[in-house]
Design a protein around this ligand. Structure first.
Ligand code: TRP
Length: 434
């Protein structure tokens, strides 16, 4: 059976709130119970240093976030749960990737551009206050993902560009040094709740309108009491549409309970009563987790032990893989011979030509056909989309006459005649059919 490897990072900044829980933690933990998946969840504390230079906050937040995930039901037996800074292979891979990444690619990263735009608006020099850490953020994130050859990366929409960049970096590295990396894909969960906050806007730390996930019951009650409502009196029918109270209730209630609350709104429930119901509903789900959370916060060594188990498992993969990558780029003991060439020349396999797909600095997608001995046989021109390049490859491997038909998309290669190219395509077609 093939398993799909999911990997995602959680930046430890701040204290998790109900919105983080309903929108991210709860679905992510549920996903770890599905069959056929393998999960790597980690605390992205190197990333935290980009935004936060208060050591105590980074430290405290790492503990809070790790304890929150464990308390919310993350099972370290099922999930490889680790802390980024326990994996020294990540910064080493970051450097390898840095050296195959166009600076221009990083110039286009949204987070960096946003910082520049802000400076422009304020009339400041464009890189004012921008650290190289912020600029390099996408490379560090690509190293997180590629080190474990993750297939799918659950992230918010704001992170899709980073996954695309990770793919670009993987393709560049593979193109130069052989097929080492899986090209990851973003996994966007569209039907999870984005909770509204106390003031009716999206619940977010930056709006200061959150309800902390594990605050004490009295505090929870008080915060729920402060959720904005309109001024309709008890007995007057109320709107569920746009009601933060209703929307939060829905994220914690069963469908039946939600339907009952909808009727209660229509029947003119008093806001105070609706708030009481919301409190009970949330507290029912959260109370057992809060007890675990309080225990973990009182015993940080338990959290540390869980993370060390994760680090051990993660490094068991990362360490040997990084050895392979070091050798691939030419960092190896001087007494060692050349590494075995990749792919076709592996023992037991007949030497075959191979198609390689990659992206160039012009942003277009290319492929080439390389003979088993490494000589270039075919070279495409640039395609706008990876799919177009893929389809051309598929045609070349399947259709007789595709070579002529696709001639306009192919660039001539000196010293290679058409007969050799046809023979190579034929050899590929033959193995595909056996
Ligand atoms: N940048 C991500 C965020 O802010 C966190 C993150 C770091 C991450 N490394 C990652 C997410 C690798 C997915 C994969 O949300």
């Amino acid at each position: 059976m093939t398993t799909t490897r999911f990997l995602t990072g959680i930046t430890p900044s701040g204290t998790p709130h109900l919105g983080n829980y309903a929108g991210m933690m709860r679905p992510a933990i549920a996903a770890t119970r599905e069959p056929g998946v393998e999960n790597f969840y980690f605390l992205a504390d190197y990333h935290a240093l980009i935004k936060c230079q208060e050591p105590e906050r980074v430290h405290r937040s790492t503990l809070e976030i790790a304890a929150s995930w464990l308390a919310a039901g993350l099972d370290p037996e099922r999930v490889t749960f680790y802390r980024q800074s326990d994996i020294p292979e990540i910064p080493e891979l970051t450097w390898f990737l840095t050296c195959v990444t166009g600076k221009g690619l990083l110039n286009r990263a949204h987070a960096y551009k946003a910082a520049q735009d802000k400076n422009a608006e304020a009339g400041r020099e464009s890189d004012d206050g921008v650290t190289a850490g912020l600029f390099m953020y996408p490379v560090l994130m690509a190293a997180d993902i590629l080190l474990f050859n993750a297939h799918r990366v659950p992230v918010g929409r704001d992170q899709i560009q980073h996954i695309e960049m990770a793919r670009d970096m993987a393709a560049s590295f593979n193109h130069l040094y052989g097929e080492h990396f899986t090209l990851p894909e973003a996994a966007i969960e569209d039907n999870v709740a984005t909770l509204l906050g106390l003031d009716g806007r999206k619940m977010s730390k930056s709006y200061d309108n959150t309800i902390p996930l594990f605050c004490a019951p009295a505090q929870l009650r008080k915060l729920i009491g402060s959720i904005v409502t309109d001024s309709r009196a008890p007995g007057e029918p109320k709107e569920t549409e746009g009601s933060a109270l209703f929307q939060i209730y829905q994220a914690f209630a069963t469908p039946e309970q939600t339907a009952a609350m909808r009727r209660a709104y229509a029947d003119g429930i008093a806001w105070g009563d609706a708030k009481q119901m919301l409190f009970e509903c949330i507290d029912r789900e959260i109370a057992p987790m809060r007890a675990r959370y309080d225990d973990l916060m009182a015993h940080p060594e338990k959290v540390e032990a869980a993370l060390q188990i994760g680090a051990g498992r993660a490094r068991a993969i990362a360490r040997p893989f990084l050895q392979t990558l070091r050798a691939a780029v030419g960092l190896r003991p001087l007494s060692a011979a050349q590494p075995q060439a990749q792919g076709a020349q592996k023992a037991g396999k007949a030497a075959l030509p191979a198609f390689k797909q990659y992206r160039e600095a012009d942003g277009k997608f290319y492929f080439k056909l390389v003979a088993a001995d490494g000589r270039l046989l075919l070279q495409s021109t640039g395609f706008a989309a990876p799919r177009d390049a893929g389809q051309a490859i598929a045609r070349l491997q399947k259709e007789a006459g595709a070579l002529q038909a696709l001639a306009p998309q192919l660039a001539p290669v000196a010293g290679v005649d058409a007969g050799e190219v046809s023979a190579a395509l034929q050899a590929l077609a033959d193995t595909a059919n056996t």
